[in-house]
Design a protein. Structure first.
Lengths: 320, 275
C-alpha cells in the first residue's frame, strides 16, 4: 500500500518541483521525507552538497533518510538510469511498497549537456515505471534557464506545488513522442574550427586508429578507451544502418576530444536509443547504449541533411 | 611472414596469401634454405610436379645432397593430403605427429613444412574442416619442433575464404584484423589484433572451429596482443564458456574489456588485467 499523494498509483509517480527559495524547497521536501519515514518507506535524497546540508539540518536527528552521492549518480544519464534501476530493484526486493526520492541535477548539467538530461527526464517515465517510485525532481527557478523549465514541464506528468499540493501537468508529453522530436543541442564551439581529422566511409578500425592518433596523452586512459569504443560502435552503426556517405570529423580542444559521425539517414528509430539497452547485442542497440555509458556527452542531431551523432570525451561543459 | 609475433623461439605457423606464383617459389626457397641450415627435415608440398619444384630450388646450397639423405622431400599435394577431399583434422594431425617423431628419430632437428593447400580449401565444407585442422596442428607446433607455412592462392580463393584460414595462424601476410592461435602455459588459446563489429562473425566461426575446452572450469584466453575487443566478441566468449559450463578468462593488459564485462553483467567472462 503506497502512502500519500501516490496512494493507488501504479508505477512511477514522477513530479517536477520548481522552487524559488530555501523555504519553498524545505516546505515540500521535509513533509515528503518525513511522511515516507512514518510509512516505513525507503526514503532517499539526491541533492547537491548545499541543499543536501539544508535538508539534513532540518530533519530530526536520526531520521532514516539515505543521502546519495550526487556526483556518482548524475555522471551520465545512461549510468544514472542503470544505477537507479538497480537501487530501486533492491528496495523492491527488500519488500518496499513505495520508494520516495527527491533529487536535483547539479547546475552544470543544465548547460551544454542539458539535451541528454532532458532525454533522461523523459525516458525515465518509461524506465522507472516498473517500480513503485515517488520521485520529486527539484529545479531552482533562480538558476534554471527558461528553455530547460519548458522541457521540465513537458517531461514530468505531475507537479508538486510549494503549498503542498500535487497536480497533473498540462504540458506533459509521452516519451515516445517527446524523444522522437527534433531537439537541437548547442554546437560545441570547437565545431566551428577546422577538424583535425576528416574521414569518409571509414572502417571501425580506421576510426579507432584516428582517435588513438589524435589523443596524444590528452584523455585519461579510461576516457580514451571509452571514446574509442563509442566511435567504433557509432561508425559501425552508420555504415550498417545509415545512408552513405558516412563522414567522421574529429576536433581536439585543450580539455576534450569531440567526434561527429554523420550519415544521410534518419538515425535510430528507437526513442530510447542510447539510454536503454536494446536487443541482444547482435544489432546496434547495445552499441549505442555502451557509447552513452562511455562518453562524457552524446548528442543526436537530425536535420534535412541526415543524422549526426556527436561524442565528447573530456570536459563537455562549454559555456552556452 | 612479418605480421604477428612469435611467442617463443622456433614456433612458426605462417599463412602466405599470394597472387603471384613467384611468391610461392620465393617462399619455398626461403624455407628450404632456412630448414636445411637448421638441420631440419623439410617437406615442400605443392601442386607443381617434382621437376618444377627442383628447378625452383636449384639455387639452394646442398639441395641435391639433402634430397639424397631424405632431409628434403618434394611432395605433390595428393601424396601428403587426400586431394580434393574434406580433410579429417584428427587423422591429419596424427600424420604430422608421426612425421615429426620420425624426423627426430632420423637425426634431424625437427620438421619444417611448406604446404600449398589451395586445392584443399576450395569449398565451404573443406575450409571448415581445414580450419579445424589448422588449429589442432597449431597446438602441436606451438610445443614441438615442427613448423609450417601454409600458402593459399588468393586469385583462386578470394579474400573472404583466405581470411577464414589466415586468422587461424599466428603469422600471416593476409589482411586479417584478428588472429586466434594456440596459447602457452595455461592459456588454451591466444588472441591477437582487433575484434570489432566488422569481424565478430568471423571470430565466432574461428572460436567454434578451434573449440577450446576448459581446464578445471576455466577457459583461459591470452589476449596480450589483442588491441581491441567489443561487446559482440565478449558475448561470443560468454556463449562458448556457457556451452562448456566454464568461465572464460581473458588475460589482457587493457582495462577496457573489464568495463564492458561489468556493464553487460557477463557472469561467465572474467577479465584478468596483466602487465
Amino acid at each position: 500500500m503506497r502512502s500519500g499523494a501516490a496512494s493507488g498509483h501504479v508505477g512511477y509517480f514522477h513530479e517536477a518541483f520548481v522552487y524559488g527559495s530555501d523555504e519553498e524547497l524545505l516546505a515540500v521536501t521535509l513533509p515528503f521525507l518525513l511522511d515516507g519515514i512514518a510509512a516505513g518507506e525507503p526514503t532517499a535524497v539526491n541533492l547537491d552538497e548545499r541543499n543536501a546540508e539544508l535538508v539534513r539540518r532540518a530533519l530530526p536527528t536520526g531520521a532514516e533518510v539515505t543521502f546519495l552521492p550526487v556526483s556518482d549518480v548524475y555522471t551520465r544519464p545512461s549510468v544514472a538510469l542503470r544505477s537507479y534501476r538497480e537501487l530501486l530493484a533492491s528496495y523492491v526486493a527488500a519488500g518496499a511498497a513505495q520508494i520516495r526520492m527527491v533529487g536535483e541535477l547539479p547546475p552544470v548539467l543544465l548547460g551544454a549537456t542539458w539535451d541528454w538530461w532532458a532525454r533522461y527526464e523523459s525516458a525515465i517515465n518509461h524506465a522507472y515505471d516498473d517500480f513503485p517510485l515517488w520521485g520529486i525532481c527539484a529545479y531552482d527557478r533562480r538558476g534554471t534557464p527558461a528553455h530547460v523549465l519548458a522541457d521540465v514541464a513537458r517531461t514530468h506528468p505531475l507537479v508538486a506545488r510549494p503549498d503542498g499540493g500535487h497536480e497533473a501537468a498540462g504540458l506533459y508529453t509521452e516519451p515516445t513522442s517527446y524523444l522522437t522530436e527534433f531537439r537541437p543541442a548547442p554546437a560545441d564551439p570547437v565545431q566551428r574550427t577546422t577538424p583535425l581529422v576528416e574521414l569518409v566511409d571509414p572502417t571501425p578500425a580506421s576510426a579507432r586508429a584516428a582517435v588513438h592518433a589524435a589523443d596524444r596523452g590528452l584523455l585519461p586512459p579510461d576516457g580514451l578507451d571509452g571514446l574509442v569504443i563509442a566511435v567504433s560502435e557509432v561508425v559501425s552503426n552508420a555504415l550498417r544502418h545509415g545512408e552513405p556517405p558516412v563522414c567522421l570529423r574529429l576536433w581536439r580542444a585543450p580539455d576534450r576530444i569531440v567526434v561527429t559521425v554523420h550519415d544521410r539517414g534518419t538515425g535510430p528509430k528507437d526513442p530510447y536509443a542510447g539510454l536503454l539497452p536494446a536487443g541482444d547485442g547482435s544489432d546496434g542497440g547495445l552499441g549505442l547504449w555502451i557509447s552513452h555509458q562511455s562518453c562524457d556527452h552524446v548528442t543526436h542531431h537530425r536535420d534535412a541533411g541526415g543524422f549526426t551523432i556527436r561524442l565528447t570525451a573530456g570536459n563537455p561543459h562549454f559555456p552556452v | 611472414m612479418t605480421s604477428g609475433s612469435v611467442s617463443h623461439l622456433g614456433y612458426t605457423h605462417g599463412c602466405l596469401a599470394y597472387d603471384d606464383p613467384a611468391a610461392l617459389r620465393s617462399l619455398a626457397v626461403e624455407q628450404v634454405s632456412a630448414g636445411l641450415a637448421a638441420g631440419e627435415q623439410v617437406w615442400v608440398i605443392c601442386p607443381q610436379d617434382r621437376g618444377t619444384v627442383t628447378g625452383w630450388l636449384a639455387s639452394v646450397p646442398g639441395v641435391d645432397a639433402a634430397r639424397r639423405r631424405d632431409a628434403l622431400r618434394l611432395l605433390p599435394v595428393g601424396e601428403a593430403y587426400r586431394h580434393d577431399e574434406v580433410v579429417d583434422p584428427e587423422r591429419q594431425v596424427r600424420a604430422y605427429v608421426r612425421a615429426t617423431t620420425e624426423a627426430l628419430t632420423a637425426g634431424h632437428t625437427g620438421l619444417r613444412v611448406v604446404a600449398e593447400a589451395t586445392d584443399l580449401v576450395r569449398t565451404t565444407a573443406q575450409r571448415d574442416a581445414f580450419a579445424r585442422y589448422e588449429h589442432r596442428i597449431d597446438h602441436w607446433m606451438r610445443h614441438r619442433p615442427m613448423s609450417a607455412v601454409c600458402a593459399y592462392d588468393r586469385s583462386r580463393l578470394g579474400d573472404a575464404a583466405i581470411a577464414e584460414l589466415a586468422c587461424m595462424h599466428p603469422q600471416t601476410n593476409a589482411e586479417v584484423l584478428f588472429r586466434l592461435h594456440a596459447g602457452d602455459g595455461d592459456a588454451v588459446v591466444a588472441l591477437a589484433g582487433e575484434l570489432d563489429p566488422s569481424n565478430h562473425r568471423g571470430f565466432a566461426a574461428a572460436l567454434e572451429r578451434a573449440d577450446p575446452r576448459p581446464v578445471a572450469g576455466r577457459l583461459v584466453f591470452d589476449a596480450a596482443e589483442l588491441r581491441f575487443v567489443d561487446h559482440r566478441s565478449l558475448l561470443h566468449l560468454r556463449d562458448h564458456a556457457r556451452r562448456h559450463g566454464a568461465v572464460a578468462v581473458l588475460r589482457t593488459p587493457s582495462r577496457a574489456p573489464a568495463r564492458l564485462v561489468d556493464l553487460l553483467g557477463l557472469a561467465e567472462v572474467r577479465v584478468e588485467v596483466v602487465r
